[in-house]
Design a protein. Structure first.
Length: 312
């Protein structure tokens, strides 16, 4: 059925509608299962040490968004940890699509995990030679529309030491303890997200997002309203967010100068706007940093314009 304006969205049968809204499908080394049947050994190093890499992507219109970029990053992360990908990219894509088809959701959250595998219990990575792969497809949960109207609170959390010089900096590894403990602190303070601050006092990123600010700058020709967008550089050891990259491109298209520079807590508090980017959040305005209100306490025009452009 080709949807016409009057028939769109095409009606689905009750059964399709039910499965469409409900199904989680998990592929373990190419075998499809569900939450109960999909299992992996407790000797897997992903379980023992977080010795794994992963990606999270989502669909729009049922199609994985930025699949190539996510698989590129997965390969980079695996390279940084020296985990050999067990199958070709084409096979991985086939498995992702098979898992999505079996789940049959209208929109999906897709998590791809590659672990170094199992073997004798030992820290020595050389003892694990058989990586495991898991693909989890589950119905996509997005944020309530309301949070995009109100903006969110974030908390600054000291992450202790700098990511600089750490081997896996920039890799999306399964080891997220720092991030999840920071998020717990933020949630206890009633915030939506934690922003990690390193030992040098530099703002790095959110527990699962990248961060941007908007500042007033000198108005040069062609610039939009004299506003400049700033975000921490990759060198501080952050994840190179795929949404971050797209938003940097969109910002330039919209005429905003963009600077990747070190930012401190005072830069955030004094900013006209602060916003987060991530696969699930897209572009989300921050209206409060700890107890400081940002701007007039409502999502600002730049975050809103970038969100519109991103969604478009
Ligand atoms: N997290 N920084 C960190 C530490 C992240 O974990 C994420 C994403 C991002 C944003 O990256 P992207 O725009 O590519 O989603 C930045 C995913 C969504 C997660 O772990 O659920």
């Amino acid at each position: 059925v080709i949807p016409t304006p009057s028939s769109y969205p095409a009606p689905r049968s009750a059964k399709t509608a039910l499965t469409a809204a409900m199904t989680t499908c998990i592929s373990v080394n190419g075998t499809l299962g569900d939450e109960k049947s999909a299992t992996i050994s407790v000797l897997d190093r992903g379980f023992l040490y977080g010795d794994s890499v992963y990606e999270v992507l989502r669909t729009y219109g049922g199609e994985p968004f930025a699949l190539k970029e996510h698989l590129d990053r997965l390969e980079r992360s695996a390279e940084l940890l020296e985990i050999a990908l067990p199958i070709s990219r084409d096979t991985l894509v086939e498995e992702i699509r098979a898992c999505m088809a079996a789940a049959g959701n209208v929109e999906s959250y897709v998590r791809i995990i590659i672990t170094r595998g199992g073997g004798p219990i030992s820290l020595d990575p050389a003892l694990a030679t058989d990586p495991n792969r898991v693909i989890i497809v589950t119905p996509l949960k997005t944020l309530d529309a309301e949070v995009y109207e109100t903006g969110v609170k974030v908390c600054l959390v000291n992450a202790g030491r700098s990511a600089e010089g750490q081997l896996p900096a920039g890799a999306k590894s399964g080891n997220y303890l720092t991030n999840l403990l920071a998020l717990r602190v933020a949630k206890q303070a009633g915030a939506h997200e934690a922003l990690l601050v390193d030992a040098h006092g530099r703002i790095c990123e959110g527990s699962s997002s990248n961060v941007f600010i908007v500042v007033r700058g000198a108005k040069a020709e062609g610039e939009t309203q004299g506003l400049t967008i700033r975000t921490p550089p990759l060198e501080v050891g952050i994840l190179e967010g795929i949404t971050r990259h797209k938003v940097l491109e969109l910002a330039q298209t919209l005429g905003y100068p963009v600077e990747e520079v070190d930012l401190g807590p005072d830069d955030l508090r004094a900013a006209q706007e602060v916003f987060l980017t991530s696969t699930i959040r897209e572009v989300l305005a921050v209206t409060q940093v700890d107890e400081t209100t940002i701007g007039d306490g409502r999502p600002g025009p730049v975050a809103q314009a970038l969100r519109r452009a991103f969604v478009a």
